[in-house]
Design a protein around this ligand. Structure first.
Ligand SMILES: [Mg+2]
Length: 313
């Protein structure tokens, strides 16, 4: 049996993200403090096991020595309507780097223009989640480059295939970051990753925790952006600990997604101030308020026990 008592909560979101309006999260407290297990509902046992490994590590051992105090944060804009941009940006006070989930140039250029109406010196990170083919990527990036000259920080995972990224890199001046490519790098060809990208996006939970993430970062050997997966302030604090401990941080991190919750599991969330977050231990004092119904608790309980008993970690 899993040795810690689970508290499962459902946190409401301010806007639809990944098709979700609420985010279910399992929390537990170990000897080193509170931790979070929150793989998305549709993830299978094997993938979720990596998240459980991360959760257990942060519940049981203290984070490594930090080499920086505050972490610069990028705003995260889901693929929203132009009318929602102003309100969303207000949730990320002082952030100048804006990550936008995009489909293509035609539909999304208005989103970027609207951001610039409110933050004239904004720079953009375009997250494509691997949705473009090579030709589509070349054409879209050419348009972005022309229209938003000098304002694109990087494009994140424009194509899924490494061979396509390699070709694309020869055709664009825009820097390329990889995210999915790192997790799906089953043949562990780290030299090739370095050839196709300028920046590596690394996440605490999907990497299996801080220790494994640090090992991965050393192998990938690219400047790093630490990002999150819509965690509560508990998971965010572990992502921040990771960002605080790595030498080759590229810049602002995607750890501001707490701003997308209507409410967090604490009255003192890790909030953004002047574009940065200062990390600290988080005490979830609002668990009772957001507790799920018994059937959902049982679902999470079974999920976690199955992974734990099968020793999938
Ligand atoms: Mg991404």
């Amino acid at each position: 049996m899993f040795p810690y008592e689970l508290k499962v909560v459902a946190l409401p979101l301010i806007t639809n993200f990944r098709g979700l309006n609420v985010r279910e999260i399992a929390l537990f407290e170990g000897p080193a403090g509170w931790s979070e297990f929150s793989p998305f509902i549709e993830y299978g046992s094997k993938e979720s096991a990596t998240w459980l490994k991360a959760a257990l590590e942060s519940a049981t051992i203290q984070p490594p020595e930090k080499i920086r105090e505050s972490i610069e944060i990028n705003a995260t804009l889901p693929n929203v309507k132009v009318a929602e941009v102003k309100n969303l940006l207000s949730k990320f006070p002082g952030c100048k780097i804006i990550k936008v989930k995009i489909n293509d140039f035609k539909k999304d250029q208005e989103l970027l223009a609207e951001v610039l109406n409110h933050i004239p010196d904004a720079k953009f990170r375009l997250d494509v989640n691997g949705q473009w083919g090579l030709d589509q990527a070349i054409e879209n990036l050419k348009n972005y480059e022309e229209t938003f000259n000098g304002k694109i920080d990087y494009v994140e995972q424009p194509c899924l295939e490494l061979a396509e990224l390699l070709q694309l890199r020869k055709k664009t001046q825009i820097k390329i970051a990889i995210d999915e490519s790192i997790r799906k790098n089953s043949n562990q060809d780290y030299a090739l990753l370095k050839e196709v990208a300028d920046i590596a996006v690394i996440k605490w939970a999907p990497s299996g925790g801080i220790t494994q993430a640090l090992e991965l970062i050393e192998k990938v050997d690219l400047p790093v952006v630490i990002s999150s997966a819509l965690e509560s302030s508990i998971g965010i604090s572990h992502g921040l600990s990771l960002a605080q401990s790595i030498p080759n941080l590229y810049g602002a991190c995607g750890l501001g997604t707490g701003a997308l919750f209507k409410s967090d599991i604490t009255t003192m969330p890790l909030s953004i101030s002047n574009g940065v977050i200062i990390n600290r231990k988080v005490i979830p004092d609002l668990i009772d308020k957001f507790m799920v119904e018994p059937d959902r608790h049982t679902w999470w309980h079974n999920r976690i026990n199955q992974i734990y008993q099968e020793g999938l970690m």
